[in-house]
Design a protein around this ligand. Structure first.
Ligand code: SAH
Length: 196
């Protein structure tokens, strides 16, 4: 399929912030994603107490699910409003602190410390700041990244993964000439070459 019509499209950070400000958050799934339930065993692979990463997390309710199962959740999101809504909607007390390594970034963490959400661009993160993860839930993340940034995004994700980590990726399949995205159409062949 020709994805040429989307390859030069760029959604600025400001546009994402705007979506959150105006409540134009069609991508948010209040009841969580059925595919996480379906493939939870693949993500966990019999392990408990994992560190799980949510790139471009929004206020994904799946973060609460996994934390309630005893895992430690880390997310990153540019919109502070999204993160504050997450804590408020789940009645989770949290504290806020600066991130010394990233100017302007904030870290919001539940009092119990099992959910830590970074308010900054994912491209500001590195394994020296957030560590490495045993599992990744990538829904609305790779498909939301600007097509020109895909390789950079995937290379970063690879550096954030522990040796035996599992990565669940949700993509969308449609004719990219009919919609401008996001979510963008990322063909399977491209996913294979991106992740290697
Ligand atoms: N994964 C979430 C949200 C998907 S929408 C879910 O499943 O509901 C994509 C999100 O990425 C938006 O909330 C947007 O504000 C955020 N975002 C976009 N670019 C980003 C970046 N460079 N770093 C961190 N977050 C970003």
């Amino acid at each position: 399929t020709d994805t040429g019509s989307q390859k030069d499209r760029v959604v600025a950070e400001e546009e994402w912030l705007q979506k959150w400000e105006t409540g134009n958050i069609w991508f948010h799934k209040e009841r969580g994603h059925p595919l996480l339930q379906k493939y939870l065993d693949v993500l966990l692979n019999g392990r408990s107490g994992l560190r799980i990463f949510f790139p471009l997390c929004g206020k994904a309710v799946e973060m609460k699910w996994l934390a309630d199962m005893g895992h430690s959740v880390v997310g990153v999101e540019v919109s502070e409003k999204a993160l504050k809504e997450f804590f408020a909607e789940h009645s989770l007390p949290f504290c806020e602190e600066p991130v010394p390594e990233i100017s302007g970034a904030k870290k919001f963490q539940t009092t119990s410390g099992n959910i830590a959400l970074y308010c900054c661009s994912i491209y500001d993160l590195s394994s020296s700041i957030v560590g490495r993860f045993d599992g990744v839930w990538d829904r609305g993340a790779l498909v939301a990244v600007n097509p020109c940034d895909r390789q950079r995004y995937v290379s970063l994700m690879i550096t954030l993964m522990e040796k035996n980590s599992s990565y669940l990726l949700v993509t969308v399949s449609y004719d990219p000439n009919k919609h401008k995205g996001p979510p963008f159409y990322v063909p399977e062949s491209e996913i294979k070459s991106l992740f290697g």
